[in-house]
Design a binder for this molecule. Structure first.
Ligand code: CA
Length: 233
């Protein structure tokens, strides 16, 4: 999905050039000609990135940036013209993420826009991963705390060896899916592991003794004859 970019620039010619260039690149573009309009559109439309000129009538770009920073984490790319503005932006007093100095080429601006959006995307997926690992996986009375690498059954802490934990986590992240011994071996032990698929069977047996109500008749880790195993939770 393409990003929405808010362009804040009072000079009509530059604003239109930016709008045209960004649209041609596939972005959805919103525009504002002064600080007040910029604040309003940023708050109501929630753009993915803001290109913000500093010298604006009324509320200037510095103030817009400062106010928005208190409310949202949208990346802000400042357009600067004067040396003293640059100093202020570079000093990060404003909380801007990047800046370009006027006059700039559209190619340069586009490169900065793409880099900023990529960075935000990366931060976002990292945050998602962090949140994912912060939420324990639950299967009945079995709770896998990924962040702490702890497993509890009925509230009781189980003592799993590191590889047993890795194996359980890999299985638990693919509930209901038949996983071959080779795939398990590759993902849990890695390509360079010298041992064979017997290792998987041995660890499954140990794991069952710890997490199955009745290890002789497993209901959590099911053997799929001739293939591998399936985690049923
Ligand atoms: Ca201006």
């Amino acid at each position: 999905m393409m990003a929405t970019i808010l362009v804040v620039e009072d000079e009509a010619a530059l604003r239109e050039t930016l709008e045209y260039t960004l649209q041609r690149e596939g972005y959805t573009v919103l525009t504002a000609a002064d600080g007040r309009e910029a604040l309003h559109k940023a708050r109501t439309e929630r753009p993915d990135l803001i290109i913000l000129d500093i010298l604006l009538p009324g509320i200037d770009g510095f103030e817009v940036c400062r106010l928005l920073r208190q409310e949202m984490s949208v990346p802000i790319l400042m357009l600067t013209a004067r040396a003293d503005e640059i100093d202020k932006v570079v000093g990060l007093e404003m909380g801007a993420d990047d800046y370009v100095t006027k006059p700039f080429s559209m190619r340069e601006l586009m490169a900065r826009v793409k880099a900023l959006l990529r960075r935000v995307q990366l931060d976002r997926s990292e945050a998602e991963r962090a949140r994912e690992s912060a939420t324990p996986l639950r299967f009945g009375d079995l709770v896998i705390d990924v962040a702490r690498r702890e497993v509890r059954r009925g509230g009781q802490l189980l003592h799993l060896k590191p590889k047993e934990f890795d194996l359980l986590l890999f299985l638990a992240r693919h509930p209901g899916v038949v996983l071959s011994r080779n795939l398990i071996l590759e993902r849990v032990w890695g390509w360079d592991f010298g041992g064979g698929t017997r290792t998987v069977d041995v660890h499954i047996r140990w794991l069952r003794e710890k997490i199955e109500p009745d290890p002789k008749h497993p209901t959590r880790i099911i053997t799929v004859r001739g293939v591998g195993y399936r985690f049923d939770g």
